[in-house]
Design a protein around this ligand. Sequence first.
Ligand SMILES: Nc1ncnc2c1ncn2[C@@H]1O[C@H](COP(=O)(O)OP(=O)(O)O)[C@@H](O)[C@H]1O
Ligand SMILES: [Mg+2]
Length: 389
Amino acid sequence: MPISLLVASSDEHFRETIRDSLVNVAGGKVASEYPEVSSNLYIRVLQDLERYPEAALIVDLSEDPEGALKAVEKVKQAAPDLYVIASNYHADGETVIAGVRAGCSDFLVQPVKRLEFREAIARLERAPRRSSGSESRLGKLYAFLGVKGGVGTTTLAVNFAGVLAQRKQRTVLVDLDFTGNDCAMQTGCAPQHTLIEVGENLSRMEPALFEGLAVRDPLGFLLMGPPDQMERRAAFTEPMFREFAGFLVEKYESVVVDAGRWIGDDVVLAALQSSSSIFLVITQQFPAVRNAQRYIAALMRMGFNQDQLKIVVNAYQKKPAASLATLDQIRQTLNQPVFYGIPASPAALAAVNRGRPFVADRAAAGDLDRAFRAFADKAAGKPLAAKQE
Ligand SMILES: Nc1ncnc2c1ncn2[C@@H]1O[C@H](COP(=O)(O)OP(=O)(O)O)[C@@H](O)[C@H]1O
Ligand SMILES: [Mg+2]
């Protein structure tokens, strides 16, 4: 059985060492990397175990041993059969015992020596495998991130939540763009409560309470967003978001995030880190393509992987004017495949003016609606069309 590893470490050098060491293991590969070892690690791990049910997890404890072991405990609660290897610079009794108590199966001392790594892999190979294939009970998080304002990030997030809800998925749309707060505008609602109240009530959060705070869109999804007063941004913190995200993926099937466009916001960054897919929204305008390059470079430096990142070209024109980039040019410039092109259509603007998602009126949206549903099928990773609408 080929070995695949999930690697959690904020240390780029550590992740690289593991990648390099695996080159010498026949069929061995790193299936996924997590640049942060946080309490939300289990969300990504469970998502990835659906795709790589045989994978084992290696966790770097060196930066924050206590925090990392808490994260391991949560991962093990969610995936009790997962084989976990802990790693740190020292392997004194106390460290190893703490690792064992958190549910680790093995320990690897840093700096990682080739022989010791090979022995650890041999032990992993001999260990009984988890009875794979079980679908994660956790919902999926999808983030839409714009490389500029006005590229259609909010439009795509709102309509994606709309399609998922039409297909009977229990869906929550979370607006994290505190500067825009446009999801409410595009769905034509006036929320009474915001992320601030979510933050204040996290310790007793449960679906009934949350559904009292959120707005239910006529299409069926729940919407939760920021307060209109931008100056209150700091009242909703990253730890609050992480706890909220844990609640959401445990209770709902799909969580769609309008991430706006500022990845320097730690709440936005935490959302991206918890997402199984990040849809990077661009247009064919050259400034957008150039900015997409900067976004991809930054996200790669922060340890995101190409699997997670999906380029969506919005307002796509097949035969673009000379001032616009073609798909080929985009592909070449970004050195990434284009995941999907969503056609330019006046129906998008009409929908925003109406204050309703375009997927709410299939006839009016025509080609845009058809293309968007095909995108949604691909984006959700399975043909949603099979489900009832
Ligand atoms: N596929 C599309 N075709 C034409 N116009 C679009 C399309 N998608 C979005 N728009 C329009 O672009 C404008 C900006 O959209 P918005 O979703 O607010 O972008 P962002 O969230 O990136 O700032 C809106 O007027 C919207 O109607
Ligand atoms: Mg927006």
